[in-house]
Write a protein that binds this ligand. Structure first.
Ligand code: DOR
Ligand code: ZN
Length: 345
């Protein structure tokens, strides 16, 4: 009998589902594993209002395979023009998870993001007052700053001052990738957490150059040195409730990745829980996976734990070379290789 691992049904607190044919191709992978997900708003045009989020939520629900109870929790895209009234609407809408700060130009579809955070002060104050969390893409866009240092510099220049200015604002440092990011979260007394992706605990930056240039390992924040990977893994398995699961699964068509100027984003939803199980098992911490995947995030957001379970089986599971999307395809993480756990269906 193979070893099995049964977990309370987990949540993915950072997910890109896209729209249209791409949405229909990917949403089943998340729904098979997770009860809920925080859905990122970087569509074109971005999901800046509760009204737009309501329409997008309906499209997601319509794209779900029949019989799944998957709940998309919507995230609004912060701009310098977001009115305070939108925060009031967000606070009254139970399926709105929070508001996302993209520094303009930091990543995929972030051009409508924020150039000067001071222009959002009234909105941030309203968020603090009404308990609407701020989800942060924590990288500076200053071209003078080395791409591998952008998270650490963002913490010094933007996040630490913001944290001091608004101690009541709930802040999530999304996809934390550095020892500095981990130390920052740990040093805060309250209202501060971070999500952790599978790629940043399974791979270091060598994975970008393994025998040649590997566009399917390119995401933002970019993979970091080994000592950062270890710091992030150590936080994930530590049992500290401020660190929880957020895949940042970010599908792009193969042609947009295998290009002279390839897009950032790694598709991991097809094997997300299995990949975290590998990392936790390697660290001797499989017993900590349930809290990381199914409890700590809900506790931070003040949401109930899920009912029901998912089971993983310790068996090699092949990952396809690609996943079809209309005339295009997605190259998933581990394409053509395998995971050491599989989802029991
Ligand atoms: O790698 C990434 N891909 N990082 C992001 O911040 C955005 C995401 C995407 O939307 O493709
Ligand atoms: Zn993301």
């Amino acid at each position: 009998m193979p070893i099995t691992l049964t977990l309370p049904r987990p949540d993915d607190w950072h997910l890109h589902l896209r729209d249209g044919a791409m949405l229909r191709a990917v949403v089943g992978d998340s729904a098979a594993r997770f009860a809920r997900a925080g859905v990122m708003p970087n569509l074109v045009p971005p999901v800046t209002t509760v009204g737009k989020a309501a329409a997008y939520r309906e499209r997601i629900l319509a794209a779900l395979p029949p019989g799944t109870g998957f709940q998309p929790l919507m995230i609004l895209y912060l701009t310098e023009d977001t009115p305070v009234a939108e925060i009031h609407r967000a606070a009254e809408t139970p399926w709105v998870l929070g508001v996302k700060l993209y520094p303009a130009g930091a990543t995929t579809h972030s051009s409508a993001g924020v150039r000067d955070l001071d222009r959002c002060q009234a909105v941030l104050e309203a968020m603090a007052e009404h308990g609407v969390p701020l989800l942060v893409h924590g990288e500076v866009t200053d071209p003078e700053v080395d791409v591998f240092d952008r998270e650490a510099v963002f913490i010094d220049r933007t996040l630490a001052p913001l944290r001091q200015r608004l101690p009541e604002l709930k802040i999530v440092l999304e996809h934390v990738t550095t020892a500095e990011g981990i130390a920052f979260v740990r040093s805060q007394e309250k209202n501060t957490a971070a999500t952790i992706t599978p790629q940043h605990i399974l791979m270091n930056r060598n994975a970008l150059f393994q025998g040649g240039l590997r566009p399917h390992h390119y995401c933002l924040p970019v993979l970091k040195r080994e000592h950062h990977r270890r710091a992030v893994l150590e936080a994930a398995v530590s049992g500290d409730p401020r660190f929880f699961l957020g895949t940042d699964s970010a599908p792009h068509p193969r042609s947009a990745k295998e290009s002279a100027c390839g897009c950032a984003g790694i598709y991991s939803a097809h094997a997300a829980l299995e990949l975290y199980a590998e990392a936790f098992e390697d660290a001797g911490a499989l017993d900590r996976l349930a809290d990381f995947a199914a409890r700590f995030g809900a506790d931070f957001y003040g949401l109930p734990h899920n009912t029901g379970t998912v089971t993983l089986v310790k068996e090699p599971h092949p990952i396809p070379e690609s996943i079809p999307v209309g005339d295009e395809s997605i190259v998933p993480l581990r394409a053509g290789s395998e995971t050491s756990w599989r989802l029991k269906v």
